[in-house]
Write a protein that binds this ligand. Structure first.
Ligand code: ZN
Length: 241
């Protein structure tokens, strides 16, 4: 079975459509949160997600904020400005979708969380120390995470410092060791590569493969600016920051 693993769509429907058409064949979809925030198309992204086969979607910090589950004061001004605009845009159907998202879940023997297994809403796993501390926070071999918008794998090799891999498009990963894996971001990559990022998990081959796909971000930028969302969230799409 082929599972499309995506995260941090951030209301960028053009990037999401590009990922879906690039992935071509998949049997189910795991989304690691932050469907909304930053971009112009929260309702369209939710509609697209709902149309995908066997979707499992986890709650991200932006999803939680737009629903009023967490305080906006926890975000910087530019992030919270986008959240406030989207709060007004959200349809009833979108609110019902976000309302039901779980904070963390084990699916088919794999842990899914947005930030980290220890603190799924907020914690960024950006370095070896944080990764190491998180290996005791989940029971499965693998935990899939998002939130940092960086494609990365942290491997528990029982040494003081976990191994770190920064995969490029086309790279494949298979291991018997325990690991945390981030597929990168669909709608707002931050590894200085503006291409939308996703992973395919093939459970027969037991391989996670990384993919990047180009899309035209200029119409997304125009929609961001026309909605009055802070311009930084438009310009960063060109830089991958
Ligand atoms: Zn995010």
């Amino acid at each position: 079975m082929r599972t499309l693993v995506i995260s941090d769509i951030h209301s960028n429907s053009d990037a999401l459509k590009a990922v879906i058409s690039d992935a071509v064949v998949f049997d189910r979809v795991w989304c690691l949160g932050d469907v909304v925030g930053y971009g112009p198309d929260p309702n369209e992204c939710i509609q697209i997600l709902k149309s995908l086969p066997r979707l499992v979607c986890i709650l991200g910090n932006h999803d939680a904020a737009v629903m009023g589950f967490i305080e906006l004061s926890a975000f910087n001004n530019e992030a919270s400005a986008a959240i406030m605009i989207q709060e007004r845009m959200l349809s009833q159907e979108s609110r019902e979708f976000l309302e039901l998202l779980e904070v963390q879940r084990v699916e088919d023997g794999i842990t899914l969380a947005h930030g980290s297994p220890r603190n799924p809403i907020w914690e960024y796993v950006m370095n070896a120390r944080t990764a190491k501390e998180n290996f005791s926070a989940f029971d499965t071999q693998v935990c899939l995470i998002g939130h940092s918008h960086i494609p990365v794998i942290f491997i528990d090799d029982h040494s003081k410092h976990p191994g770190i891999l920064l995969p490029s498009s086309g790279d494949m990963w298979r291991s018997e060791k325990r690991f945390l894996l981030n597929p990168g971001s669909v709608g707002q990559p931050r590894d200085r590569n503006p291409l939308a990022s996703y992973v395919i998990w093939d459970d027969e081959e037991e391989i996670y493969s990384y993919h990047r796909v180009a899309y035209d971000f200029r119409p997304v930028q125009e929609r961001i600016l026309s909605l009055g969302i802070p311009s930084r969230h438009a310009y960063r799409l060109a830089e991958g920051i």
